[in-house]
Design a protein around this ligand. Structure first.
Ligand SMILES: Nc1ncnc2c1ncn2[C@@H]1O[C@H](COP(=O)(O)OP(=O)(O)OP(=O)(O)O)[C@@H](O)[C@H]1O
Length: 258
């Protein structure tokens, strides 16, 4: 009798199959999240390793934002558990970043000040972060008057100023025009090639949600496909786009690519 190997996506969905010497930054086991009657995540098993660039894909309402919020610690699981290795610094860029009616530099500095950095130092770090994202010419502009793309870069500066080990991005280019999209994507690639708070030996880890599968192909090292709060496929990016997929994921990819 010949033994037919399980499809790659089925094997990859089993966390015990992931062999690595490195401890995962995040290890989620049978994790579930409920918002009242809504089961936003169910039975999620996921390990995120240092330096990975994980893309979360799936239809609206499949649980991508919730998963990012769990990783950030903003949403508590209602079932299962999440383990974190050590205390990585985690920063998140939200889908609709909140922008204060204040200068760009004050917007970024405020995030640092709220974490205990003195105001003068916070402003200096904020200015450096704005430079990092190419906003050095609008440091003193009222942030509300910045374009959509600039406001998104402002949000990136806010995250960058925290010197994160893990960067979580919720549909970072969703509402941007093509030019701004390209700029923000270039920034994501640039950040992905950076390192965490411990220096060059510690590559930055990125987890982002996206409906833009071209972007996923360009930026991700691994793709997690969610449907109705469950992980249906968890594959290296090449396998996700070239290998066999569960039917629902295959149809999703086909639909999003057209
Ligand atoms: N605060 C909340 N209260 C109640 N239900 C919520 C809340 N946040 C999310 N949900 C529900 O949980 C499910 C998962 O939502 P989530 O925002 O995580 O999905 P998503 O994949 O990020 O969607 P999108 O692509 O539209 O951003 C959806 O059914 C959503 O309506």
């Amino acid at each position: 009798m010949s033994v037919v190997p399980a499809p790659a996506w089925r094997r990859a969905a089993q966390p015990q199959d992931v062999q690595t010497l490195e401890p995962p930054l995040f290890a989620l086991r049978d994790l579930g999240v409920r918002y009242g009657a809504v089961q936003a995540l169910a039975g999620v098993n996921l390990r995120v390793l240092p330096g990975e660039r994980v893309a979360l894909v799936g239809a609206n309402g499949s649980g991508k934002s919730t998963l990012l919020r769990v990783l950030h610690g903003l949403v508590r699981p209602s079932a299962g558990q999440m383990r974190r290795d050590g205390t990585p610094r985690v920063a998140m860029v939200f889908q609709r970043p909140f922008v204060l009616r204040a200068s760009a530099v004050s917007n970024v500095a405020l995030g640092l000040w709220l974490r205990g950095v003195r105001w003068k130092q916070a402003r200096a770090q904020a200015a450096a972060a704005l430079q990092r994202v190419g906003l050095q010419d609008v440091v003193r502009r009222n942030a509300r008057t910045l374009s959509g793309g600039q406001q998104q870069r402002l949000a990136f500066a806010g995250a960058w100023a925290l010197r994160p080990d893990v960067l979580l991005l919720d549909e970072p280019t969703a509402s941007l025009d093509p030019h701004a999209k390209r700029e923000v994507e270039a920034l994501m690639a640039d950040f992905a090639a950076s390192h965490g708070s411990a220096g060059p030996a510690q590559p930055l880890t990125m987890v982002f949600s996206s409906h833009n599968l071209g972007q996923v192909k360009r930026l991700a090292s691994r793709v997690v496909y969610l449907e109705h709060g469950r992980v249906l496929a968890d594959l290296p990016v090449h396998d996700f786009f070239n290998g066999p997929l569960p039917e629902a994921a295959r149809l999703f990819v086909k639909g999003e690519m057209t």
